[in-house]
Design a protein around this ligand. Structure first.
Ligand SMILES: [Zn+2]
Ligand SMILES: [Zn+2]
Length: 290
């Protein structure tokens, strides 16, 4: 896994990836029940950057830091360390994520806003750190944004096995510290940042637009997980809460992304996570930036 800093310029703003983990050779059906490795391998552009030659896929967990104007905004702070989670490759980890965050030039207390595309465990984790047995906020100067739909979703799923302890350990400490704001799913966050509703994966899921000096970028969140879904937009992901709504959102958002000409950054895309969406017959293709 390469953890060298990747950064993209969008007008006068920058977007920097801070990688927590990247896993290769995953059988695609683990995340996409309708998929097979052979079907992934049919798409040469996917194999080039995002899968092995057999069609087993690579996925990344990363946070994005956006600097625009006077703002420093963190998007989707990964899984975190020492989290008591069901998935073995997320549970009780000791990743050097905060060291990479510092190496990329950022300080936790300088983050002014934390955007969550949704409240799954791998998008809220570093909001808290375990200190002397207590989960305390990491980004102490930041407003942490949640949509009403996803806060409710986090509360009602708090006892389900696959959401185990995420609300208790990663979300409630932020609410208790008074660092949380509930925002509309189409909120204008200022400085060229705007949320767009992209529901289905979770009820209140949002994506994030950045506009600066005439250029645009779109951070997907989990309305899609892997670039193969540009070619196979009907493939549902195992975590999609409402498969039909998520599928409709995927078709709509991919078309919007293509027509906008925006730099699209896939939250779980590995290797080269930023690129443009172009038409490829009836479906779409992702053309990564260097
Ligand atoms: Zn998710
Ligand atoms: Zn995710």
């Amino acid at each position: 896994m390469s953890t060298g800093t990747q950064q993209w310029r969008v007008g006068d703003a920058t977007i920097t990836s801070v990688v927590e983990d990247e896993i290769a050779h995953i059988p695609p059906e683990f995340f996409f029940p309708a998929a097979t490795a052979a079907e992934v391998a049919r798409h040469p552009w996917v194999v080039a950057d995002y899968a092995d030659p057999d069609g087993n896929i690579t996925l990344r967990v990363q946070a994005l830091v956006i600097r625009t104007g006077a703002r420093t905004v963190l998007v989707d702070p990964c899984v975190g360390n020492f989290k008591d989670l069901m998935l073995p490759f997320w549970a009780n980890q000791e990743w050097p994520f905060m060291e990479r965050f510092a190496d990329a030039g950022f300080r936790p207390e300088a983050i002014d806003t934390v955007v969550h595309t949704h409240v799954h465990a791998d998008h809220v984790g570093w909001d808290t750190r375990l200190v002397d047995g207590t989960w305390i906020p990491t980004f102490t100067g930041a407003r942490h944004l949640y949509t009403a739909g996803d806060l409710e979703f986090a509360r009602v799923t708090a006892d389900e096995p696959n959401a185990r302890y995420t609300y208790r350990d990663s979300i409630r400490p932020i609410l208790d510290a008074g660092l949380a704001d509930e925002v509309a799913d189409d909120a204008d966050l200022g400085d060229g940042l705007r949320l767009e509703p992209s529901p289905g994966h979770t009820p209140g899921h949002v994506s994030l637009w950045l506009e600066s000096a005439g250029e645009r970028a779109l951070v997907t969140g989990d309305f899609m997980h892997h670039p193969v879904q540009f070619a196979e937009p009907d493939w549902a992901e195992i975590g999609d809460a409402d498969v039909d709504v998520a599928r409709a959102t995927r078709h709509r958002m991919v078309r919007v992304a293509a027509e906008s000409g925006a730099l699209v950054i896939g939250t779980h895309f590995p290797t080269r996570p930023a690129g443009r969406v172009v038409a490829d017959g009836e479906v779409w293709r992702f053309v990564p930036e260097p």
